[in-house]
Design a protein around this ligand. Sequence first.
Ligand code: DGJ
Length: 677
Amino acid sequence: MAHGSQWIVLHGRASSLVLEACPGEAPLWRYWGPRLPDAALPAVPLRDSRPTPTFTVQFDQPLSLLPGLGQGWFGEPALKAHRAGRDWTLQATHCLLEQDGQRAVVTLTDAVARIAVAVTLALDPHSDVLTISTVLTNTGDDLLDVQWLAAAVLPLPAHARRVRSFTGRHNIEFVAIEDTLTRSQWRRENRRGLTSHDCFPGAVVLADGWAYGAQLAWSGNHCQLIDWCDDGRWQWQLGEALMPGEVRLAPGESLQSPEVLATCAADANGVAQNFHAAIRARMDWPGSAMRPRPVHLNTWEGFYFDHDEAALKDLADAAARAGIERFVLDDGWFHRRNDDTTSLGDWWPDHAKYPGGLGPLAAHVIGLGMEFGLWVEPEMVNPVSELYRAHPDWALQVAGRPLITARNQLVLDMGRSDVRDYLFERLSGLLAELPIGYLKWDHNRDLTAAGERPSYRTQVLGTYDLLARLRAAFPAVEIEACAGGGGRIDAGIARFTHRFWTSDNIDAVSRVAIQRGFLQFMPPELMGSHVGAAPAHATGRIQKMSLRNHVALPGHFGVELDLRKLSDRDLARLGEGIARYKGLRRRLHTGQVWQGEGPDGLLWQAHGSAAELVLLVTRIEPQQQRHAPGLRLPMLDPARHYRIGDAVHHGAWLVQHGLDLPPLRAESGLVLELTAL
Ligand code: DGJ
């Protein structure tokens, strides 16, 4: 702590934060933004720099790490709680600061409301990502009803202008929306019980010349808001959205918030790069390091529920010939699962489709040199299933209310240990009996009323617990997080998983925008991206194999079609796409990512480093200009030369003038490799 414990200062690579610690209250937010020199601290305490305006509470209440309620802070409070209507005002009365290098813990107590709140802040100098989480403890002697606990309260500068967040639905995830910040509160709340297609739990705020990003590492209900403050700054709160009565802390009990990952950088690309580095550092890979992302074959769109063992073996033969490395058997393999109306919960092979179980197919796949993966949807049960017949009480329900199905299914109560034990037993049985290297873990509906008492958070914690148990028992198995495509993409579940199924929409044109949104928060190696059939099942549109290959290239590449039905020409093209992916995946998946829009509707993204880049240029709409201007590549080193194909270009020329590109037809792409000399 600098200056006799007056400041909490954390410096990252390119960012700094400064909090002003005042005895007996929550530290005041002074700064979060571009890196300051170590000595650049405020000259005077905040309150000394701002006289009390007329007709204003005489104890000045600037934005703090834990804005209070009912004691002179009139903005959004960080905590809303009460004890049967009492102890509802909040104002820290004591503050303990502990700092150890890049990590600070601020423990605040409110002796009147009888609570303690510990906020942990850690700024990683490598990624420049600040991780914040908050724990609330009931230190009183009666129940504390909690309505809101911000996981993080972040300051945004007065020059913050716009906020870019992401909405969507099944088949169209990561739809970017940009709102201007005004004095009206900006708020996005999700009550669907899982991360949701509709409301990604994070955003990017664009200020003049600088960008801020935050995302909540949580796979359940969430809320984020940006609220204008009296001094022209803004506060950004993110946290778990709690339903009435969901969290009632007994004396001594605590509520641990999810973590918020927050970062700031020169622009949205810098924010994305920092997030990618932080997510990579949190990943728990089998063998503790990521191996090259294997090319997938997923059976869903090629076969749906129509599993035929001989046909699937033929498919596996064709996949191995095409260079595919992992064969994932999707929905339809288990007990009487012939469509989406039955069987979820009955996790054993369907003996009509697989008379000898899944062993022979798995052995066939492995004999071809591929890994074998299996689809499951553990948190769900169909009312028509053996499981539901045996345990109807295991489904989340509210007495007197109808059982609301979605995709004909109900949700199991993951808060129950007997439910988790059953699922662990079934899944671990499969993993122990079969040579399964990979699970695709699906979740195909929103939660409605989650139990007699709302238990959305218990649901998330129960799922995390089951995932952790399986990971510990089968550490070599990778897991893909899927929820009807991209309904559960977040940094919370990323701790237990290794890939996201980005969208059920595999239409290459739709995918361009979906993937660009995904890459704002998550690194490309986690982005499941498949070559699908033409026409695309989700849209009916037809795209050339070259475009399908091009759009799938930067992510974790896969194929989701019946290879046996491809023309020789398309099969050969697909083989070229697979070979190209294998040649480029190291550079695509280990460096930085930049995305931009070039002139005349061109979209580009570059993966790698300023020394070695893979550049993908995509044109969706026809070129409007007769001749395209150069594509400027701002990330290159202007002092170096770059080889692109046979030509050598000056870096400064590429940065300032840009790369001259050949005309591109609509719905086509170009992949270029740039090497610094
Ligand atoms: C939804 C997923 O997103 C699809 O990829 C597929 O696994 C189906 N569920 C299976 O029911």
